[in-house]
Design a protein around this ligand. Structure first.
Ligand code: ATP
Ligand code: MG
Length: 159
């Protein structure tokens, strides 16, 4: 269905922001004030964003800032979820999208999870003709990028 991604994303962030986290996290939004329409399966997109934001929370340090940003870039809607957490070693960044892949088993075991979240996220984003990828610096933090095709006005009311 046709969804205002900005409204939808704000709502998801609200839900996370209402919780209290041991690390005393701060959420910073950098979102446009106007609507941007995306053709999507809301349940699947919720699952993707939930996992990406949960990961950012899971790997954040005390007082960490999680930045949630959406902008238009190259005619796509580009969303970035950044944390100031442990980061991921360069040679492993692309592998986090593999099924069951988890960086440093000892580190992640106590944090729970199966290592499926991002593999499913990639499948779902690609089913929406989008892309998802990561950039990370060990000890500095991680950014997950999600780019989605926008519904252009000239397409009219495709819904
Ligand atoms: P699940 O999502 O199934 O509960 P998970 O979170 O371990 O388990 P993924 O979401 O697929 O699995 O992430 C895979 C691995 O990538 C994680 O185990 C972790 O090692 C690494 N990772 C993902 N996001 C981050 C992040 N923001 N910072 C640091 N490492 C991350
Ligand atoms: Mg996860």
């Amino acid at each position: 269905e046709k969804v205002d991604f900005i409204y939808f994303f704000n709502h998801i962030i609200d839900r996370f922001e209402m919780n209290k986290y041991e690390q005393n996290l701060e959420f910073v939004r950098k979102l446009p004030n106007n609507s941007h329409w995306v053709w999507m399966d809301k349940d699947k997109m919720t699952q993707v964003l939930d996992n990406v934001i949960s990961n950012a929370i899971k790997y954040s340090p005390n007082g960490g800032v999680i930045t949630l940003e959406t902008e238009i870039k190259d005619r796509m809607l580009l969303t970035k979820v950044s944390d100031q957490g442990v980061g991921i070693p360069k040679e492993q960044v692309e592998r986090i999208f593999d099924r069951f892949y988890r960086v440093d088993k000892a580190r992640t075991r106590k944090l729970g999870g199966t290592g499926l979240g991002l593999a499913i996220a990639r499948e779902m984003i690609e089913a929406h003709d989008g892309k998802i990828w990561a950039e990370s610096k060990e000890g500095k933090g991680t950014t997950i990028y999600i780019s989605l095709p926008m519904m252009h006005k000239k397409w009219g009311n495709a819904s």
